[in-house]
Ligand binder design. Structure first.
Ligand code: N01
Length: 898
C-alpha cells in the first residue's frame, strides 16, 4: 500500500477528516519547493506544498521593494534540471528584476502544473513526529492538519524578517515599509520625506530609486557594505556564448565549481602580482559588474588571507572616494571593519553616486546611534529627523529564522528543534538533524546555500533528498535519521572550513550576529559547492554513512561515522593527487622522483616575500654544501634557525621547502638557513646526519658574519630533515657544541620500527605511503645501521637535549614515531611541546598557501621558536590570532578586523 494510503487509514480514523495524508509535505513554494514538488510527483510520491503566501515565488514573492533584483547573473540563477525549460525561457537582462524572476517562477509552476498541489495561504504552526505511526503531523493556521511520512522545509534562508529592535516603531504615525514584506500595490514616495534604515543588499538596491522620487531621503547607516556596480544590461555575450556553446557542460561545471557559477579556480596570489597588475585585474572586474567574478577571479588569496583581502578592499574604497564628492560621506560609506566578502557584498546601480544628490543625507549611526522612533520621525543621539515614511531594510533572522518560525518542531522523544538548537544550529550536511527522523531542510544551516548560487545548491539538495527517498522506498526503509556522530563530525568539518575563509571575521547575518541573543557561528558551509556535492555523493557510496535507516520488514542499517575527517584543503589536495593517478613515487627511481618533485614544487604558489634571500655555500665535511639564507625584513641581528628540508634523505634540496622557510622566517622574525645536505643513494648513512651537524656547527660559528645573533642557534626540519635536526641536537650535546637552544621537529622520522599503528592506519592514500618510506630507508641506510641513533634518534640518549616542539599529523605514517619521540623527550626531562595536527597529512604544515588550515600550526611553531630564542611572544596579530583559533568571541573578531 503506498505510504499516503497507510497514512490515510491511520490518521483519518484517529484525527478526523481534516487531516490530509500525503507521503511528503513540503513547506515553501519558492525555487526549492517548486523543484521538489516536480521531482517528488514524478517519482510517485503523493506530495503537498504548504505556502504562506498566496502565490509561488518564495523570497521573490515577498521582496518587491524598488530595485529588487538578483545579483547572480540570471543565466546562472535559473533551473537547469530540464533543458526544454531552459530553451523555453529567455531572460531580458543580465540581472533580472524581481517581477521578471517572479514571472519565471510562475511560468515554471504553470509548465509543470504545480499549483494544483500547493495550498496557498497556509502556514505551519507546529510539526510533531509520531514515532508509532512513523509520520509527521503538521498543524496549519487553518486548524487542518497534514500527515506525512517525510517533511521537507524549503523555507529559504532569508525569509523571516528581523524586527528592527528600535524603541518606538509602533508610535510612528507615517507610513512604514519593510523591504522583506513589501506591499503589492505601488508605493509612492513623490514629495515625501523618506528614511531608509539599513544599508545591506536590500537598502543598497532601493536607495537610488527612492532618492529619485522622494523630496528628501535620509539614509541611516550602521555598518557600511562593500558594493560594486552591477553594470546591468543585456547578459554578457561571452557568458551567453559559453552557456549556449555547450549548455550541459556549462551547467556541469557550475555544479562542481566552488560557488555554483562556472569560473575557473584562480591560482595567482597577490604577492606575485605587481601593483599595476593587481589594479588592471581589479579594473577589469569592476567593469564586469559580477560579484562572483570579483570574489573568485582576482587573486587566489583574497578570500582566505587578510593581507590579500586588504589590497582589494582598499581598491574598492578608492572607487568610493572617487565617486562620492563629500569626503566625510565617502569616509562613512567606506567599510573598514570587515574583510571584503566576509559580510555579504552587494551589487548596486548608482548607489554611491546617489549620495551626491542634494536631496540625500547619510546619517552615520556609528557616530550618532538611533535613540528612538517617535510619532513624527527618528531621533539620534545628536539630532531629530522628521519624516513621512520609514523604510526598514534591516534584514532577516537568516538561515534559522524561517525554520524556527514553525514552533514547535517536535522530534523523537518529544525534543523540540528550538531546544536542540539553543546553542546554534546543528545539522548533518545542512539537510538533516539528529533526532528528527524523516525531516529534511533545503539549504539549511550547514549547506553552501547563501555562499553559493542558490539555484545550483537547491537543485543538488533536491536531487539528493528525492533520490534518497526513492532508494529508501526501493529498499523498504521507512525512516532515516542522522546520527549524533555524523552530526558532530559535520560541525567539526564546518568549523574547519570556516577557518579557511574570512567569514568569521565579521559580525554578520552569516554568523547570527545581526539578531540580538542569537547563538554565534558561521552558519553556511564555506567549503564550496563542488566539494559539498562530492561529500554528499560519498555519504551515499559509503552506505549512507552517518545515517540510521529502518523499515518494518528490513534489518536496520547504520554505517555510523564522520564523512570528512581530513581538513577541507587537505581533502582537496589529496583528491587532486588521486585524480592525477600518479604511479608510486618510488617507481620513478631516485632521479625520476627528484625531477618529479622539482616539477611539482614549481607548480606550487611562490612563497611570500621576506627581507632578502641569499644563496651561499658552507664548508661541509667533504666539500662545500649549498645553503639559502632567508632574512626577515625587520632590523637585525636575528636569531638563527638552521633548517633541513624533507625528502626521505633522497629528494629535495635547500630550495624545496622555500615557502615554509619564508613563512616561518616572517612569522618568527628569524633568519632561516636552509642547508643542502647530501642525498642517498649516492651518499648513504650517515652522510646526511654528519652534513647536518657540520653545517650547524659552521653556521653557529659564523652567525655574526651571516648577520645573525651570535650564540646559540636553533635547528628545525621536516620529515627526514626533522630526523637530521633531532640527530644534530644529540651530536651537538655529545661533541661539545655548538650550542642549540631549541629544536623544531615537523613530522620527524625518529625510529626504524614500522609496527606502530600509524604505519598501518595511514599506509596508503595520504601521499607519503608506507612503501615510499621503506624505499627511502632502503636507499639511505642498511638494516644493520638502522638502530644507530644517528638515524633512529629515538634509540639514543635523550637527556640534556634542547627544548623541543614536535609536530605530528593525524594522517601520516610517521605520526606515532613523532609522538613517541616527544613522549620520550619529556620522560627524559626535556621541555617539549606537542602539536598534533588533526585532519592533516604528512605535507600539510609545510604546504604553505595550499593547505591554509596549517596556519595555526605554523603560528604555534613560530611562537615556540621565539620562546627557544628567549624572545617575547609576538603581540596579538589580530587576524592571525583569530586564524589560530585564539579569539574568543565574534565581537573580538570584528574588533581585531578593525
Ligand atoms: O539585510 P542585511 P538585507 N538599526 O542584513 C541594518 C540577500 N539579498 O535585507 O550591518 C540600524 O544585509 C544593518 O546594519 P548592521 C543578500 O544575501 C539579496 O539588505 O547590522 N541599522 C544592515 O545595514 C543579503 O545579504 C539581494 O550594522 C540596522 C541592514 O540593516 C541578504 O539578502 C537583494 C538595524 C540589514 O542588511 C540580506 O540583505 C537583497 C538597527 N536596529 C537581499 N538592524 C540580491 O540582490 C539592522 N540594521 C539578490
Amino acid at each position: 500500500m503506498p505510504d499516503a494510503m497507510v497514512a490515510a487509514s491511520r490518521s483519518e480514523a484517529t484525527r478526523g477528516s481534516t487531516t490530509q495524508p500525503v507521503d511528503v509535505a513540503v513547506v515553501g513554494a519558492g525555487f526549492a519547493g517548486l523543484h521538489l514538488l516536480h521531482r517528488l510527483r514524478k517519482a510517485g510520491f503523493a506530495t503537498v506544498v504548504l505556502e504562506e503566501a498566496d502565490d509561488v515565488g518564495g523570497t521573490w514573492y515577498w521582496n518587491r521593494y524598488p530595485g529588487a533584483r538578483c545579483d547572480i547573473q540570471s543565466i546562472d540563477y535559473s533551473y537547469s534540471f530540464d533543458p526544454e525549460l531552459e530553451r523555453a525561457w529567455k531572460w531580458s537582462e543580465k540581472y533580472a528584476t524581481q517581477p521578471e524572476i517572479l514571472r519565471y517562477l510562475g511560468f515554471v509552476a504553470d509548465r509543470y502544473d504545480l499549483r494544483r498541489d500547493i495550498r496557498f495561504g497556509t502556514r505551519i504552526t507546529a510539526a510533531t513526529w509520531d514515532q508509532d505511526a512513523e509520520h509527521w503531523r503538521l498543524t496549519t493556521n487553518h486548524g487542518e492538519t497534514v500527515s506525512c511520512r517525510t517533511y521537507i522545509m524549503a523555507t529559504g534562508c532569508l525569509s523571516a524578517p528581523k524586527p528592527p529592535e528600535i524603541d518606538g516603531v509602533k508610535d510612528f504615525k507615517g507610513e512604514v515599509y519593510f523591504t522583506g514584506r513589501w506591499p503589492h500595490q505601488e508605493v509612492k514616495f513623490t514629495g515625501k520625506r523618506v528614511a531608509v534604515i539599513g544599508t545591506g543588499s536590500s537598502g543598497i538596491q532601493a536607495i537610488p530609486l527612492i532618492a529619485e522620487q522622494a523630496a528628501h531621503l535620509t539614509v541611516f547607516q550602521r555598518t557600511p557594505s562593500f558594493a560594486l556596480p552591477a553594470q546591468n544590461g543585456v547578459a554578457p555575450a561571452d557568458r551567453v556564448a559559453l552557456l549556449e556553446g555547450d549548455r550541459a557542460s556549462y551547467r556541469e561545471q557550475a555544479r562542481w565549481s566552488l560557488t555554483g557559477v562556472p569560473y575557473p579556480q584562480q591560482t595567482a596570489v597577490s604577492w606575485q602580482l605587481s601593483d599595476a597588475e593587481r589594479r588592471e585585474r581589479f579594473d577589469e572586474a569592476w567593469a564586469k559588474g559580477d560579484l562572483v567574478y570579483i570574489l573568485t577571479q582576482l587573486w587566489a588569496d583574497q578570500g582566505v588571507d587578510v593581507d590579500g583581502n586588504a589590497l582589494l578592499a582598499e581598491l574598492i574604497r578608492e572607487k568610493i572616494r572617487a565617486t562620492v564628492k563629500d569626503p566625510e560621506t565617502a569616509a562613512a560609506l567606506s567599510p573598514h571593519d570587515h574583510p571584503f566578502g566576509a559580510k555579504r557584498p552587494c551589487l548596486d546601480s548608482n548607489y554611491y553616486a546617489t549620495y551626491n544628490r542634494s536631496n540625500v543625507t547619510l546619517v552615520n549611526l556609528r557616530q550618532e546611534p538611533i535613540t528612538s522612533i517617535t510619532a513624527s520621525g527618528i531621533n539620534t543621539e545628536k539630532r531629530r529627523f522628521d519624516v513621512d515614511v520609514i523604510v526598514f531594510a534591516t534584514g532577516f533572522d537568516a538561515m534559522t529564522g524561517a525554520i524556527m518560525a514553525v514552533h514547535p518542531i517536535t522530534g523523537r522523544g518529544g525534543r523540540s528543534l528550538s531546544e536542540v538548537w539553543a546553542d546554534g544550529p546543528q545539522t548533518y550536511l545542512g539537510l538533516t538533524v539528529a533526532g528528527f527522523l524523516n525531516l529534511f531542510m533545503i539549504t539549511g544551516p550547514g549547506s553552501p546555500s547563501v555562499l553559493s548560487n542558490m539555484a545550483v545548491s537547491i537543485e543538488q539538495h533536491v536531487d539528493w533528498v528525492v533520490d534518497r527517498l526513492i532508494a529508501m522506498r526501493e529498499a523498504g526503509f521507512t525512516t532515516i535519521e542522522a546520527t549524533e556522530t555524523a552530526q558532530a563530525g559535520w560541525a567539526r568539518h564546518m568549523a574547519d572550513c570556516a577557518t579557511l575563509t574570512l567569514h568569521r571575521l565579521a559580525n554578520t547575518w552569516y554568523t547570527g550576529a545581526n539578531v540580538p541573543g542569537k547563538a554565534r557561528g558561521v552558519m553556511p558551509y564555506t567549503g564550496g559547492v563542488g566539494p559539498y556535492r562530492s561529500i554528499c555523493n560519498e555519504v551515499v557510496s559509503h552506505d549512507m554513512l552517518g545515517f540510521k535507516l529502518s523499515g518494518p520488514n528490513v534489518a536496520e542499517q547504520c554505517n555510523d561515522g564522520e564523512i570528512v575527517r581530513l581538513q577541507p584543503d587537505v581533502r582537496l589536495v589529496l583528491n587532486m593527487l588521486a585524480d592525477m593517478k600518479l604511479p608510486p613515487l618510488e617507481s620513478f627511481g631516485a632521479k625520476g622522483a627528484r625531477d618529479f618533485l622539482a616539477e611539482f614544487n614549481a607548480a606550487r604558489p611562490a612563497g611570500r616575500p621576506v627581507g632578502e634571500v641569499v644563496e651561499g655555500t658552507l664548508p661541509g665535511n667533504d666539500g662545500p654544501l649549498p645553503y639559502l639564507l632567508y632574512r626577515p625584513a625587520t632590523p637585525g641581528p636575528h636569531p638563527i634557525v638552521v633548517y633541513f628540508h624533507g625528502g626521505g634523505w633522497v629528494l629535495g634540496d635547500q630550495q624545496s621547502d622555500d615557502p615554509f622557510c619564508r613563512d616561518l622566517c616572517r612569522r618568527s622574525g628569524m633568519i632561516f638557513v636552509s642547508v643542502g645536505y647530501r642525498h642517498a643513494p649516492e651518499h648513504r648513512f650517515p652522510t646526511a646526519a654528519e652534513d647536518g651537524y657540520a653545517a650547524t656547527r659552521w653556521i653557529a660559528e659564523h652567525a655574526a658574519e651571516l648577520g645573525g645573533r651570535p650564540g646559540a642557534v636553533m635547528v628545525a626540519g621536516w620529515s627526514a630533515g626533522a630526523n637530521i635536526a633531532a640527530v644534530t641536537c644529540q651530536l651537538a650535546r655529545d661533541r661539545g657544541g655548538p650550542q642549540i637552544s631549541g629544536q623544531l621537529l615537523v613530522c620527524p622520522v625518529t625510529d626504524c620500527s614500522f609496527d606502530r599503528a600509524s604505519y598501518n592506519d595511514n599506509a596508503t592514500g595520504y601521499f607519503l605511503t608506507r612503501s615510499l618510506m621503506y624505499w627511502f630507508w632502503d636507499l639511505y641506510c642498511s638494516p644493520a645501521d638502522r638502530t644507530d641513533p644517528r638515524v633512529s634518534p629515538l634509540r639514543g640518549k635523550l637527556e640534556g637535549l634542547p627544548q623541543a616542539l614536535v609536530a605530528t599529523c593525524e594522517f601520516d605514517p610517521l605520526r606515532d614515531e613523532g609522538v613517541a619521540y616527544a613522549d620520550a623527550l619529556a620522560a627524559a626531562g626535556v621541555p617539549v611541546e606537542q602539536l598534533n595536527a588533526r585532519g592533516h597529512f604528512h605535507s600539510s604544515l609545510t604546504m604553505v598557501d595550499v593547505v591554509i588550515t596549517g596556519v595555526s600550526g605554523r603560528v604555534q611553531m613560530a611562537e615556540a621558536l621565539r620562546r627557544f630564542a628567549g624572545l617575547a611572544a609576538e603581540n596579538s596579530q589580530g587576524y592571525e590570532d583569530v586564524r589560530a583559533g585564539r579569539t574568543a568571541s565574534p565581537h573580538q573578531i570584528a574588533s581585531a578586523a578593525e
